[in-house]
Design a protein around this ligand. Sequence first.
Ligand SMILES: Nc1ncnc2c1ncn2[C@@H]1O[C@H](COP(=O)(O)OP(=O)(O)OP(=O)(O)O)[C@@H](O)[C@H]1O
Ligand SMILES: [Mg+2]
Length: 456
Amino acid sequence: MKITTKINLYTTAWLLAILLLINGVVFFSFMKITVNMEEQAVHQKAHSIIQVLNKKPGHVYSDEILTSYLTNHSFIRIIDAESKVINQVRNDKHLNKFKPHFSKKTESNLHIIHEEQGEEQILIVRVPITSQGKVTGTIEIGERLLGLEMRKDILLSILTFCTVIAVLLSLLGGRWLSNVIMKPISSMIKTMENIEQSGVPQQLVINTEKKDELQKMATTFNRMIVRLQENLEKQKQFISDASHELRTPLTVIKSYANFLRRSDVKDHRLSKEEAAETIYSEATRMQNMTQSFLALATSEIEKNVHLKPIDLGAACYQVLEQMKEVYQRDITFQHDQQTLFILADEAAVKQVLIIVLDNALKYSMSTIDLKMMKKDNYALLTIQDYGTGIPSSDLEHIFERFYRADKARSRETGGTGLGLSIAKNIMKHHNGNISIHSEEGKGTEVELKFPIWEMD
Ligand SMILES: Nc1ncnc2c1ncn2[C@@H]1O[C@H](COP(=O)(O)OP(=O)(O)OP(=O)(O)O)[C@@H](O)[C@H]1O
Ligand SMILES: [Mg+2]
């Protein structure tokens, strides 16, 4: 069942239930109040008759007096203590079947009789007649409540008519309301179906004047689509950049391999050993590149890296020893305290250090200074080199994937331009920060900032 139909049916059913309840209360209250009023009127009449009769000497109960009080479709009887009728006037034969009944106290009864034209209510009221403090008889008045039946029928018709109209209006209103509510949802479903069919993310058209939950939902949906579009764009860009980067070493490898295939052809400009060496170095470059791709993909996806307290000083020391060994270069390490604990993934932090130190080593020739210090709630690591530096126009781009400041020289140094973007992602997952200050020709300083982990 459609959600609009469901909303419509449920609200109408609920309204109908409420209306029936209200109708019941109105109907029964009306009946009760009307009968009470009738009862009061008849009691009043009985008391008036008794008063008039009491004024007469010797309590003469004449028909004349009683008739003057007789209304349509009623009877008035005077009954003695043995339930015998002393006097009686009546103008409705339907009331004959009610037997006279002596009563010492005031009472009223409602009887229902069934006639051809339907049910009818008869009200019988008895009021005792007293003389010198003794109950000597009863005045009994019976009335057919014809007006009541008519009013009951009119009330029932009005209530039924109003209920039907209310149900119809509720059905129409509910339909309109559910359409209003469902409109943005329907358009969202349509957009989603389009996205599913075409595979192209699309945004919803939003009415900016409204500020309801559905509008919020549409805005969130659009934000999600924008993120999706951005990610798709990034993915596309990454694939095209990566294939472009891989194409260069592959072309070199292919041409050198081709040279080796035609080994009969004498080429004095190139030896077989040189060709093999070039193929080997290009293949190594490709291998490093694919490793960087993997590292980048991992650093972008792994938002929930397993963080635990690690000693940053010890991690720096281990990386430095390793780098000094490989590069045979001078790297100094200064720290104002031996240990500084941070919450981190040790392998990832070491990777950042390697990326930054590798750059410092690649783009400078002299010493490199590494400093570790505590500043407020942060552990700061600065890596200073005195090399080529980065032109200020390039500085804002160096964290972009595949970006290299000096393309020609970078090619010599064999980089892919991925190192810093990997480092930035890793720092982000550690709630840290990486920033670079550089002056062309003088050198570069990289600053790594990690929140300090304090033992509770
Ligand atoms: N210490 C530095 N001195 C001078 N230039 C630097 C330094 N660090 C980074 N750069 C510039 O920033 C660019 C981007 O650095 P990044 O580490 O991202 O890539 P890469 O070193 O070229 O390649 P790889 O992916 O192998 O690290 C480098 O190509 C270089 O031009
Ligand atoms: Mg690098």
